[in-house]
Design a protein around this ligand. Structure first.
Ligand SMILES: Cc1cc2nc3c(=O)[nH]c(=O)nc-3n(C[C@H](O)[C@H](O)[C@H](O)COP(=O)(O)O)c2cc1C
Length: 178
């Protein structure tokens, strides 16, 4: 199990925070050490010691990250630290009615972290608010599977078994190869 784990939360109206709290609760019940951090005021230093991270973010505007994530994004883009000692996952909240920018907040973090040498474990969870499913109900089951799966290099999901697992999406992989 990936532990200790830091969940980094970016939200405009609180859904991602609620999702992160549910995830924290279910993982702690399994014995994991989980810290939940809102992204407000964070910079690239949050990744300095490496470790396991779960980014939990919504999408706003035309595919933007929430306001409380902007400082962290700016810091990562300007300092471009080596994050090769970071393993991460992404819970991306979005709404397919926004079309081309669906879950772009999560995709933006995914592309940025991997460009800095961090390794994504597993697929992103992309939640569609128009699906009728509640993200706080979908995410805990996804997170349990996510912390338990073997560490696989990014790209390994292109091979046999790709797309298996709960509530996963390969859209991030398609986006990464564009
Ligand atoms: C003004 C506004 C703009 C949004 N823009 C997008 C978008 O571009 N792409 C997307 O996938 N979802 C978009 N969404 C949907 C939100 O990301 C989604 O409802 C999410 O669950 C909200 O989470 P939060 O409360 O943590 O911010 C938008 C929602 C609002 C209200």
């Amino acid at each position: 199990m990936r532990s200790p784990l830091t969940i980094l939360v970016a939200t405009m109206t609180g859904t991602a925070e609620m999702v992160a709290q549910e995830v924290q609760q279910v993982l702690e019940a399994q014995g994991a050490a989980v810290e939940l951090r809102m992204m407000d005021g964070l910079d690239a230093g949050i990744f300095a010691a490496g470790g396991f991270f779960l980014v939990c973010t919504s999408t706003y505007g035309f595919g933007n990250v929430p306001d409380n994530a902007q400082e962290l994004i700016d810091s990562l883009e300007s300092s471009r630290p080596d994050l090769s000692n970071v393993v991460y996952g992404v819970i991306a909240l979005g709404d397919r009615t926004y079309g081309d920018t669906f879950c772009h907040g999560g995709t933006r973090f995914d592309k940025l972290l991997s460009s800095l040498g961090a390794r994504r474990a597993g697929e992103m969870l992309q939640h569609d608010a128009s699906s009728g499913e509640l993200p706080e109900e979908v995410a805990p089951a996804w997170a349990l599977a996510w912390v338990r799966q073997d560490d696989e290099p990014v790209g390994a999901t292109d091979g046999p078994g790709a797309g298996e697992g709960p509530a996963q999406s390969s859209e991030s992989d398609r986006a990464r190869s564009e």
